[in-house]
Design a protein around this ligand. Structure first.
Ligand code: AMP
Ligand code: TRP
Length: 340
């Protein structure tokens, strides 16, 4: 096993492929902020090269990347404390992505459930990039020798693959360049479900806007989506066991717990025995109080795109300064000639 100890460093990313949802916020960004404030070095990326694995309108990509940057900042990420940048500005991601594609085995890629979910029966028509994307994700993380990766539940398999890729690279070249990064999946909202179907993940790409809460939704929209969220006719239980086989009820309780930073037990001890007619308005108030200031701040920030671009440029320079020497070590280990 590895003797090398690596400096603790956090890396995570989100695709600028649409509106940020409440799922992204609770499953990812809220925890990015916690980690930033814990004093560890934190690097957060807008992964535009991942986004283009499915077609993106160029103007929309530009806009969504800036909106995601604004959302990061509005949620509490501070560009002084964290490194914030868009992936394509740091070429180490693409370069290391290729190198790691040559380490990754097809058999490993064929097990990736997200590709199967996204491609469905249309795998032949998907881009090669969509299939290869977990190797690029490994490069994102390993280009910084990151040790901790806060993500939602759906990304666990990709971070585990990153560990396998890192170990194989180290073994194949007899080096200790890459750490084994750990997925950090914590809290009550690691998998926020659709408001319309408790068996589906809340997603930016769901065709129904009513299935999700967008971080840009205004107070009325948020309240109306929660009021109309699918539920069952029973009252809320007083114990967690009573949420079994009630995915929609469980989802709303989880969201309440995550937003109020309490446990599911506490939420049920407050609302157990109550009907959704009582619980939903309470949840709507909580969500609006929490999210409305964020969307107001996002609107203010997106009105100044030049300032966002400037922040991303500074972040890219800082990211590049970390990744370049690591990539140099990688190339040297492989036997690639470079100028000094
Ligand atoms: P994506 O929107 O796919 O780029 O996801 C960005 C981050 O948000 C990843 O860490 C995901 O795991 C997380 N995430 C996305 N959707 C959800 C969800 N419905 N619940 C919890 N986390 C999510
Ligand atoms: N694949 C992630 C998603 O779709 C986004 C992502 C890309 C990422 N690179 C990453 C997350 C590196 C964590 C670390 O959600």
């Amino acid at each position: 096993m590895s003797e090398t100890t690596f400096k603790q460093r956090v890396f995570s990313g989100i695709q600028p492929s649409g509106n940020l949802t409440l799922g992204n916020y609770l499953g990812a960004v809220k925890r990015f902020v916690k980690m930033q404030d814990s004093g560890i070095e934190t690097i957060y990326c807008m992964v535009d090269m991942h986004a283009i694995t499915v077609w993106q309108n160029p103007e929309a990509l530009r806009k969504q990347t800036r909106e995601l940057a604004a959302a990061y900042i509005a949620c509490g990420l501070d560009p002084q404390k964290s490194i914030l940048f868009n992936q394509s500005q740091v070429s180490a991601h693409a370069e290391l992505g290729w190198i790691l594609s040559c380490v990754t085995r097809l058999g490993w890629m064929n097990r990736m459930t997200q590709f199967k979910d996204k491609a469905g029966k249309n795998a032949e028509k998907m881009s090669l990039g969509l299939y290869a994307y977990p190797a690029l994700m490994a490069a994102d993380i390993l280009a910084y020798q990151a040790t901790h990766v806060p993500v939602g539940e759906d990304q666990k398999q990709h971070v585990e693959l990153t560990r396998d890729i890192a170990a194989k690279f180290n073994y194949d070249y007899g080096v200790e360049i890459f750490p084994a990064p750990e997925p950090i999946i914590e809290g009550t909202a690691t998998r926020v479900m659709s408001l319309r179907d408790g068996s589906k993940k809340m997603s930016k790409s769901d065709p129904s806007d009513k299935s999700r809460i967008n971080m840009t939704d205004n107070a009325d929209t948020i309240a109306s989506k929660i009021r109309k969220a699918k539920t069952d006719p029973d009252a809320l239980p007083s114990e967690i066991g009573g949420l079994k086989d009630r995915p929609e009820a469980r989802n709303l309780v989880n969201i309440y717990a995550a937003l109020s930073e309490t446990s599911v037990e506490d939420v049920l001890s407050e609302f157990g025995g109550q009907q959704f007619g009582v619980f939903k308005p309470a949840l709507a108030d909580l969500a609006v109080n929490h999210l409305a200031p964020i969307s107001t701040e996002m609107a203010r920030l997106t009105a100044e795109p030049d300032e966002i671009d400037r922040i991303l440029g500074i972040g890219a320079d800082r990211a590049n300064a970390i990744a370049t020497p690591i990539l140099k070590q990688v190339k040297s280990a492989i036997g690639m000639i470079a100028r000094d």
